[in-house]
Ligand binder design. Structure first.
Ligand code: F6P
Ligand code: MN
Length: 324
């Protein structure tokens, strides 16, 4: 099986970017170890004591954030970082070429039930026209991403990543500690009979989402004229991983609940990295009637509605949206 670094070299990824990816993956291996220790991680945190002094009993999402933050800020190629767990961006090294955003532990409500969780990350070129500690470093549309990916801490620890070319899937070999290429190119079928949405929010959806889902539930009698299955992981990494491996459509639309009127998922470290992975696997990723990767961000923790996956099904959903 092919290893990660030769695969990246074959994809003509620069040495600098490869080194940065290695930093992120070094952190992911530490997080993976912690996750696999489950409840024991809080009381027995042995390997990380030197990195996060006094914090071994903190929740895994805080530990994951601290690990990524420490390791990235130690990396000479990182100008600025942004994290779901940090209110503001943090400046790293002056004149460094890259900025990195991440969701250290996506789906953290799954931690306590031993369910799927993951780390989502994205790398952009640093901007020279704004200061290193400015949020504006990240004021770039998702199409500027140089690399995006996630590490899924499931039954196996898997890395799904694109550096602009195909979306590739690697599995962490726990015996040797390296990521091995296990699916060369992920491809999402254009059509699907499986959807993922939190149905408990039906009462608060706006009518286009209600009408679209109603049609799916009608099976052969609906306007899609096919029977659909439903899955919901409550962790975007888990749901997107399923869409990338066996197809489907994933939706987290805006709804009428307080705080959800622009949707729940964050543009910078959830929607954009996933959109790049999905597009590079032949799928579509939209926010309302707009391609996610074209959105000009307004602030780092901005939320956006998300629909992604099978091309034809995403188009079908978008056809329900009214023009504004
Ligand atoms: O990060 C937000 C998140 O945990 C996603 O991973 C997931 O898709 C979503 O929230 C789940 O939301 P809900 O609890 O509303 O189903
Ligand atoms: Mn998240």
């Amino acid at each position: 099986m092919k290893r990660l670094i030769p695969t990246l070299k074959q994809d003509n990824v620069s040495v600098e970017l490869i080194m940065l990816i290695r930093t992120i993956l070094a952190a992911s291996k530490e997080i993976s170890f912690r996750v696999s220790q489950g409840a024991l991680a809080g009381i027995l945190g042995s390997t990380l004591d030197e990195n996060i002094q006094g914090e071994v009993q903190k929740k895994l999402d805080v530990v994951a954030n601290q690990l990524l933050k420490d390791m990235l800020l130690d990396d000479d190629s990182v100008r600025t970082i942004a994290s779901e767990e940090e209110d503001n961006v943090v400046a790293g090294h002056a004149n460094a070429p890259f900025i990195v955003a991440f969701d250290p532990l996506d789906g953290s409500s799954n931690i306590d039930i031993n369910g799927q969780i993951g780390t989502i990350f994205t790398i952009y070129p640093a901007r020279n026209d704004v200061s290193d500690d400015s949020d504006l470093q990240f004021s770039q549309p998702g199409k500027n991403q140089l690399c995006s990916g996630y590490i899924l801490y499931g039954a196996a620890t898997m890395l799904v990543m694109t550096t602009g070319g195909p979306t590739r899937c690697y599995t962490l070999d726990q015996t040797h500690g390296g990521y091995l290429l296990t699916t060369d190119e992920l491809q999402i079928d254009q059509d699907t009979q499986e959807f993922a949405i939190n149905m408990a929010n039906t009462y608060s959806w706006y009518s286009p989402t209600q009408l679209y889902i109603q049609q799916l539930l009608l099976g052969l009698a609906g306007d899609r004229e096919k029977v659909f299955n439903m899955r919901w992981n409550a962790a975007m990494v888990g749901d997107v991983h399923r869409v990338l491996t066996r197809g489907g459509i994933f939706l987290y639309p805006e709804d009428k609940r307080t705080g959800m009127q622009a949707g729940k998922l964050r543009l910078l470290y959830e929607a954009n990295p996933m959109a790049l992975l999905v597009e590079n696997a032949g799928g579509k990723a939209y926010s309302g009637k707009m391609r996610i990767l074209d959105i000009q961000p307004e602030y780092i923790h901005q939320r956006v509605p998300v629909v992604l996956g099978a091309k034809n099904e995403v188009a079908a959903y978008c056809s329900y949206l009214v023009d504004v």
